[in-house]
Design a binder for this molecule. Structure first.
Ligand code: HPA
Ligand code: ZN
Length: 348
């Protein structure tokens, strides 16, 4: 059965605009932005034994059966990323890909709970600092990183917070995130480190409302007091939550291909984005783990266009990313000016 979201066609003009427009991405994981062939290359280089014998079989594993299968593949990919050189290489590939799509600024998650056993922290911070500099010089792209705690390993939370604070002092980390297995690991397990992170001035985020329903989003709001929600699409199941999100204009980082590929949104249904936007919820468009879900940021906008979102609505979602970012007001104004210039050129 073909998916409903692939059934409609859109004008070439709209597709071209979505490709060309300057963009901001607020929800993308560095490890998950590394494609299967690169992970394979890293496995050989670092002498990690893959779970299968050939690259083609490894690539075939990216057809995820469910969220847990995805986490297994993601977990193996992370084991292959072991040296500073690996991260330099991954950041360079990431930047080249974002530049190709006219992405101008990104807030990038790092799966810190798993990385910290492989690496001296200062070395990671040095490599990422260099990556930010390189992004600016070679691609004119700004990057900031947000290390996250893996929910399934709550015992790593203090170590991750220490790491985040180190990079925060140096201006390369801007916040604390929470990812991984939502089922069985509710937000309240992490209240202590979120309280401390807030005291220290970090921005606070969490994945929620992806594989668990509205109660997980309520938990992220009430127990962790997050500023943005990763995914949050299952908020559409709770009218009171929709009302709350619309009233507070709490941003959601929506990643539609990820939702379809992991079964969060049924393939034969339109994405929850329509219900969220129509309820007045403040949404942004993001790609999550792009090569793992055969997508990129442009394709996420194209998906919504194919589901009937107009140019004006898509442009508004693109503007929303500036507002929901953790940039300073002055930096946001500079991006707004750039967006305005593009809009004036195409929307005559
Ligand atoms: N959800 C939770 N954890 C993750 C994801 C996701 O979509 N991507 C990478 N880590
Ligand atoms: Zn994510």
């Amino acid at each position: 059965m073909s998916a409903i979201y692939e059934n409609t066609t859109i004008s070439i003009e709209l597709a071209d605009r979505l490709r060309a427009m300057p963009k901001i991405e607020l929800h993308v994981h560095l490890e998950g932005a590394t494609d299967a062939a690169t992970v394979w290359e890293l496995a050989q280089r670092n002498k990690v034994t893959p779970p299968v014998a050939r690259l083609e079989e490894w690539q075939a594993m990216y057809a995820f059966r469910d969220f847990n299968h995805f986490l297994d593949v993601y977990g193996f990919a992370m084991q292959c990323m072991q040296t500073a050189d690996d991260f330099t290489f991954m950041v360079e590939r990431f930047l080249a890909e974002q530049a190709r799509q006219n992405v101008r600024y990104c807030e990038v998650f790092l799966s810190a709970s798993f990385m910290l056993d492989n690496f001296p922290q200062d070395e990671v911070i040095a490599v990422l600092t260099e990556g930010i500099k390189h992004g600016k010089e070679k691609y004119d792209i700004e990057l900031r990183f947000i290390p996250d705690i893996g929910r399934q390993v709550p015992e790593t939370r203090h170590k991750v917070l220490d790491f985040v604070l180190k990079g925060f002092e140096k201006g390369i980390f801007i916040g604390l995130g929470l990812g991984g297995m939502e089922v069985g690991f509710p937000p309240k397990l992490f209240t202590d480190v979120y309280d401390e992170a807030r005291r220290q001035g970090l921005h606070l985020l969490a994945h929620a409302g992806e594989t668990v329903g509205p109660e997980s989003v309520w938990g992220a709001i009430n127990d962790l007091k997050v500023e943005r929600i990763g995914h949050g699409v299952r908020s559409a199941e709770d009218p009171k939550l929709l009302e709350y999100l619309a009233e507070t204009q709490t941003p959601l980082e929506v990643c539609p291909h990820s939702n379809y590929r992991l079964g969060v949104t049924p393939l034969d249904e339109p994405h929850q984005m329509r219900a969220l936007v129509d309820a007045g919820v403040f949404c942004t468009v993001n790609s999550d783990d792009p090569p793992m879900f055969s997508t990129d940021l442009t394709s996420e906008y194209l998906l919504f266009a194919k589901q009937g979102f107009s140019w004006d609505e898509l442009w508004q979602l693109n503007l929303n990313a500036i507002k929901a970012s953790f940039l300073t007001d002055e930096e946001k104004e500079a991006y707004r000016a750039e967006w305005k210039e593009f809009y004036a050129k195409v929307d005559k």
